[in-house]
Ligand binder design. Structure first.
Ligand code: FDA
Length: 395
């Protein structure tokens, strides 16, 4: 039997940050993970360069049943705090776009930094370790609160931190362990689904997108009042690219999204312009949409005639089709391709200052397992660092 002050389950971004902060406070900390290779999500993130934070992070970059929940942790651990840590290790980074910070070299530098910080803080890390059961212990002052049946034998702890992330990319070790533990302790879990995920289409739309596969187009993708102006990417399975990943987090299954394929322009003016009336529709559209896109779009929507052949109603319909392309996806590419899991452990049960359960003292949930989901662009790691930091100061 090994007794610990703190056991963290999950050696990902949130779990390691929590362990470092708790270790620095002199707590005896064990981190366990069932994966053979640690921090795989950090390693593969940002195309191998890890978009580790976003300098413009605010609470409005997160989706949660309680939009205020993340504020306290984000205020106490900001992107600049993480940058200070990176500066200590001289890890070079750059801003790609929209405040998104990436490593210049490799995500491995961040993993090495976190593991070095764990060593300095005397944190023990064991993997692969599987947890077969978690049991509450009778309340006794000074005695541990939980016992864990593990492949390493029985482990007991005063604070138990669940940092097992979401369900995306099961092949690198994602499980619903955190959600199951919440349920075991009667802590509610909000409905979960894949988010930041490519969308799949019905056969007709899919065939169209397939012909455009590889083309990327600036657009505004909208669902109700939420919209994102970024690139859309046509793929042979459907729609992807940053604009689509972002809006997927807001798109309820079975509902439609609206795409403006020419934001900030008025294509109806071009279509009705005297100078263009004898040109083919493809040639009028090509300067704005790329020749291949214009060709396919025109072939699909109408025969390739000249604006002069079409009445103003028809031209308006063509312009509307470009500025307000309404599309109803058949689904999404699921957890195998999703960057994150939307929903999770209900924040109603958690303290926003410490991430501790209000109904089960000593039990903490941090990172992606919680119902706090960031937009694309480094926000999910910032939430992992901030929530891990908050719990690390409380355990
Ligand atoms: P994380 O998933 O990092 O860690 C959970 C840990 O728990 C894992 O080590 C896992 O093995 C372990 N675990 C799970 N089940 C267990 C069990 N039953 N027993 C023991 N251990 C268990 N975000 C961002 O901000 N910028 C980016 O560039 C990217 N890029 C990106 C790319 C891809 C392909 C994906 C899939 C995701 C991203 N993300 C991202 C999202 C980001 O990776 C994610 O939100 C954070 O890693 C979440 O950190 P956590 O520590 O909560 O979970």
């Amino acid at each position: 039997m090994q007794d610990w002050d703190v056991i963290v389950v999950g050696a990902g971004a949130a779990g390691l940050m929590c362990a470092i902060e708790a270790g620095k406070r002199g707590r005896k900390v064990l981190v366990v993970d069932h994966a053979k290779k640690l921090c795989e999500k950090i390693r593969i993130s940002g195309g191998g360069r890890c978009n580790f934070t976003n300098i413009h992070t605010t609470a409005s970059d997160f989706i949660s049943n309680n939009k205020h929940f993340c504020k306290s942790a984000l205020a106490r651990y900001t992107p600049y705090d993480f940058l200070d840590l990176m500066a200590k290790y001289q890890i070079k980074h750059h801003e790609k776009t929209l405040g998104q910070l990436f490593c210049d070299n490799s995500a491995q530098e961040i993993i090495d930094m976190l593991l070095a910080e764990c060593r300095d803080a005397k944190v023990s890390i064991k993997n692969p370790v599987s947890i077969k059961g978690v049991h509450p212990l009778p309340e006794k002052t000074g005695m541990p609160n939980f016992s864990l049946e593990s492949s390493e034998g029985t482990l007991t702890t005063h604070s138990l931190v669940i940092a097992t992330g979401g369900l995306s990319i099961p092949k690198i070790g994602a499980t619903d362990f955190g959600h199951q533990i919440a349920k075991q302790f009667d802590i509610p879990v909000t409905p979960i689904r894949p988010a930041l995920v490519p969308l799949t289409l019905n056969e007709d739309d899919k065939a169209f997108c397939k012909t455009l596969s590889g083309i990327s187009q600036d657009c505004i993708a909208s669902v109700k009042k939420q919209s994102f102006r970024e690139n859309l990417l046509f793929t042979h399975r459907g729609l992807s690219g940053p604009a689509i990943l972002q809006i997927s987090s807001y798109l309820e299954p079975g509902k439609s999204l609206c795409i403006d394929l020419l934001p900030g322009q008025n294509i109806e003016d071009e279509l009705t312009n005297e100078q263009n009336k004898k040109k083919s529709l493809t040639n009028v559209l090509a300067p704005f949409l790329s020749k291949r896109f214009a060709q396919e779009w025109v072939d699909r929507k109408s025969q390739n005639r000249t604006p002069a052949d079409l009445g103003s109603n028809k031209l308006k319909a063509i312009a509307d089709g470009i500025h307000k392309w309404v599309i109803t996806p058949s689904g999404d590419e699921g957890y195998a391709k999703a960057e994150v899991t939307l929903g999770g452990v209900d924040t109603k049960d958690l303290s926003s200052a410490t991430m501790e359960s209000k109904t089960c003292p000593g039990l903490f949930f941090i990172g992606e397992v919680v119902d706090v989901t960031g937009h694309l662009g480094g926000f999910n790691f910032q939430w992992a660092w901030a929530s891990g930091h908050a719990a690390g100061h409380a355990v």
